[in-house]
Each structure stands twice: as structure tokens, then as C-alpha cells.
Design a protein around this ligand. Sequence first.
Ligand SMILES: NC(=O)C1=CN([C@@H]2O[C@H](COP(=O)(O)OP(=O)(O)OC[C@H]3O[C@@H](n4cnc5c(N)ncnc54)[C@H](OP(=O)(O)O)[C@@H]3O)[C@@H](O)[C@H]2O)C=CC1
Ligand SMILES: Cc1cn([C@H]2C[C@H](O)[C@@H](COP(=O)(O)OP(=O)(O)O[C@H]3O[C@@H](C)C(=O)[C@@H](O)[C@H]3O)O2)c(=O)[nH]c1=O
Length: 298
Amino acid sequence: MKVLITGARGQVGTALTAACTEVGIQHLGLGHRELDITDGAAVQAVLARERPDFVINAAAFSDVAVAQGEANLCYAINRDGAANLAQACEAVGAGLLYLSSDYVFDGLQARPYTEKDKPNPRNVYGNSKLEGEEAVREYCSRHLVLRTSWVFSAEGNNFFMRSLERAMSGQPVKGVNDQISCPTWAGHLAIVCVAMLQQVHCNIEPNLWGTYHYSDRGATTRYEFARTIVAQAVQAGLASETQVQAIESADLQNRAEEARQSVLSSDHLFFTFGIRQRGWRQGLKSALEAVRQGQRAA
Ligand SMILES: NC(=O)C1=CN([C@@H]2O[C@H](COP(=O)(O)OP(=O)(O)OC[C@H]3O[C@@H](n4cnc5c(N)ncnc54)[C@H](OP(=O)(O)O)[C@@H]3O)[C@@H](O)[C@H]2O)C=CC1
Ligand SMILES: Cc1cn([C@H]2C[C@H](O)[C@@H](COP(=O)(O)OP(=O)(O)O[C@H]3O[C@@H](C)C(=O)[C@@H](O)[C@H]3O)O2)c(=O)[nH]c1=O
């Protein structure tokens, strides 16, 4: 089986490349410069040339705060780029895995969101991801939409790395205590994507296409997440004890923040694919180890 990864230099794209290499899957990872998914003709040409069995779209406009002021670009990438990929996949008979987000939900529900719950995004990023999902369902019959939450890794700009860098430089870390979801290590997410594609490729069940949720196990607040990041970093010898302050979303003045609960239920994935959740605390250990190895290499 051959997999083409778009957005291959982002945090999930990097993890997907590593996961494919690890299990020996033939893959081609294309970064933004190698393939701009907003360029429909280029997308078609690459798929016609490469003829992959599957495309995983890890390309995105992923800055939730900046998206509020850059709606056009955000929709061009997250919705129109997804539509380009969906049409090109359909044309060559490839399957498409589209990564989506807990932000398609409003965050007002007390229980975990299932695939049957109605999306109701409250910001530009969430709406662009929902419209991207809809384009994928409309244009590509062989699609998997996989929603996830709070992805972190040692690559790129994310809550984990920002908190860790503050702790390593002795600055206090702040975490909002009114946003609840499940942190998800990009390495775990990548393994899940690969496992899904392998099962679909084996054709164990005739129709596994559809929409699924996967987050690592363990609902938490950003505050508790930050506390655990600092505690594990101290244990790993990467930082010394640092104060972690609990704040509220309303305290963050530079963006439209609000309290939300967006835990995703991963049950449908488990009952369909037999894929179990892994714990985010274990993922955090792996991410910290990757940081340590990066320091050694530098
Ligand atoms: N991060 C998170 O917490 C979550 C992420 N997701 C989803 O997971 C997926 C991967 O996200 P993540 O890896 O975190 O995001 P990143 O921002 O780390 O990676 C996205 C990548 O897409 C590239 N990109 C941007 N525009 C284009 C374009 N027009 N054509 C091709 N590539 C482009 C970026 O390149 P460059 O930087 O050069 O522009 C970047 O390398 C996304 O679909 C995201 O919506 C879902 C839930 C949570
Ligand atoms: C500045 C600051 C923010 N925060 C919180 C509030 C805010 O929601 C969040 C910002 O961190 P991030 O930029 O990683 O979070 P954000 O970009 O909102 O993360 C989201 O990314 C997109 C792509 C998704 O799909 C979501 O699942 C989610 O992971 O952190 C703190 O807890 N303390 C702080 O000091």
C-alpha cells in the first residue's frame, strides 16, 4: 500500500512519516512547498502521477486565534484544499483520511461528543474544519474523517512546547482551568491513522469508511495538563520546579477564548476497528524523550 501525506512537515505530518517508516509502509510526504493543497491543478497532477492508495491530509491552517482575522486563508486551506484533495482522490480511486477537530463542536455539552452529535462550531477554524469534512464526504466516496483534540509533540508550536519552554527558562506557566478535553500525542494519533488504513486496505470489513473520533485517554483541563508537563519535565531533568498558575479563559485578553468541554468519545473507533485509546501521560513521556534527544543532537 502506498500513502501520500500532505502537510508532511507539520507536527502530525512529521509523526505520520515516522509511523509509516516504522511499520515499513511505502509513503511520500509532501510539505507545503512541495504541494500546496489550495492549488487544485497541482493536487490533481500529483495524485495522477503518484497513484497512492491513500492520502492523509495533515495540511491545515491550524492557528485557532489567528484564523479569526484570516478567515479567507483559513477556508481556502481547510475547506477548499480538502475539496481539491477529495476530488483528486475520487478521480484516481484513492481513499482520503481527513483530520478534523473537536472545534467542530460548540463545547457546551456535559458528556463526551460522539459521531452522532450535531456539530455547531463557534469560531472560524472550527467552521472551516466542518466545511472541510462536508467537502470530503461530498466529493470522495472512500473517505475517513478522524476528529481529534489538543495534539502535542516535540515538533512545532503547541501548548506542550510553549509550556515546556517557559518551565525550562524558569518562567511561570499558566493554564486555563475552564477548558476541558483530551490531550493527544501526535505519535499515538499517527499510529491510529496507520492502523485504520491498514485495516481498510485489508478489506476485513467491506465498509469501514465514515467519521470517527480519536483522542488519547484522560479528560483534563489545560491547567492540569500544564502541571503534568512541568512535573514530568522536572522528573526527566529537563526543567526545575516552576510555578503553574490556574487562570480562566476570560483572563486571556489577546484572543476570543471561552470555557468549553470538548471531550471526544473514541468508542465508535474501538467498536469498529478494535483500536484502543492510549494515555496522554504516556505520550507526554515520549514527547519529553524526543525533546531530550533533540537537545543531545544539537
Ligand atoms: N494541533 C491540534 O491540536 C489539532 C490538530 N488537528 C488537525 O490535525 C491536522 C494536523 O495539524 P497539526 O499537525 O497540528 O498542524 P500544523 O500546523 O503543525 O501542520 C500543518 C501543516 O500544514 C502545512 N500547510 C499549511 N497550508 C498548507 C497548504 N496550503 N498546502 C499544504 N500544506 C499546508 C503547514 O505548512 P507551513 O507551516 O509551511 O504553512 C504545516 O506544516 C490538521 O488538519 C488539524 O486541523 C485536529 C485537532 C487538534
Ligand atoms: C496563552 C495561554 C493559553 N492557554 C490555553 C488557552 C488556549 O485555548 C490554548 C492555546 O494553546 P494552543 O494554541 O495549543 O491551543 P489551540 O490552538 O486552541 O489548540 C487547538 O488547536 C486546534 C488546531 C485544534 O483543533 C484543537 O483541538 C486544539 O488543540 O491554551 C493557556 O492555558 N495558558 C496560556 O498562558
